[in-house]
Design a protein around this ligand. Structure first.
Ligand code: ADP
Length: 214
């Protein structure tokens, strides 16, 4: 199964991504986690991006794309499935990722969009800040991350709709309910998909309307 996730901060993409990956036995490639690991290990890359992470800004496209290329090559060697979490975050990344997928013969079969409104996201992120102490979970930085999400990330959802691989799920409900719906929808698709085929390549009957699960 090859899934990418698009969701605002706090919608639960980390938790759901890990769950989907475990369910299908594929690697969970989370760009935020990879970047935070670099920061913690104080690698050169980590030092270069630390300020951007702390401020809730996007790190340069080339940095994440290089990181993801490496992870995608490893995923291909491990069987070809993946759950991508945290990328793409803008149209440039979306196009570059598609090109990489074509090059490696592993374009995403499903773009999973988790929806939630800003008030709920802010509530969840502030609660998480108390528990985890992530340095970008302060109110000011959360506002910046949400603003960026609406300005540059959310617009790419429509592009996946046009490609016929969009699955939209209401992420405002309890985590267990959301994951149950996601896994049910993905399982249903998985059984109908030959392993190396995209939803879009099956044509309009299969893919062109986006699915809504709520
Ligand atoms: P969230 O979705 O809660 O903002 P992530 O863990 O996905 O959390 O990302 C944390 C931070 O890592 C982002 O605010 C950004 O600075 C950086 N980041 C992660 N993925 C990308 C990406 N694809 N492009 C640019 N920056 C990224």
């Amino acid at each position: 199964m090859r899934v990418l996730m698009i969701a605002p901060p706090g919608a639960g993409k980390g938790a759901q991504g890990a769950l989907i990956a475990a369910h299908f036995g594929v690697p969970h490639i989370a760009t935020g986690d990879l970047l935070r690991e670099h920061v913690a290990r104080q690698t050169e890359l980590g030092q270069a991006v630390r300020r951007q992470l702390e401020r809730g800004e996007l790190v340069p496209d080339t940095v994440v794309l290089d990181m993801v290329r490496e992870a995608a090559i490893a995923a291909k060697a491990a069987g070809g499935g993946y759950v991508l979490d945290g990328i793409p975050r803008n149209m440039t990344q979306a196009r570059a990722l598609y090109a990489l997928g074509l090059e490696l013969g592993m374009t995403a079969q499903v773009a999973l969009h988790l929806q939630a409104d800003d008030r709920e996201l802010m509530r969840r992120l502030l609660a998480r800040a108390m528990l985890e102490g992530r340095s970008d979970d302060t109110e000011e930085v959360i506002r910046q991350r949400l603003k960026l999400y609406h300005a540059v990330t959310h617009p790419i959802v429509a592009w996946y709709g046009e490609r016929g691989i969009l699955l939209s799920v209401d992420g405002m409900r309890p985590v267990a309910e959301v994951s149950r719906d996601i896994l049910a929808a993905l399982e249903a698709m998985h059984h109908r998909l030959p392993p190396e085929m995209d939803l879009a390549s099956l044509g309009p009957a299969f893919g062109h309307a986006s699915r809504e699960v709520s």
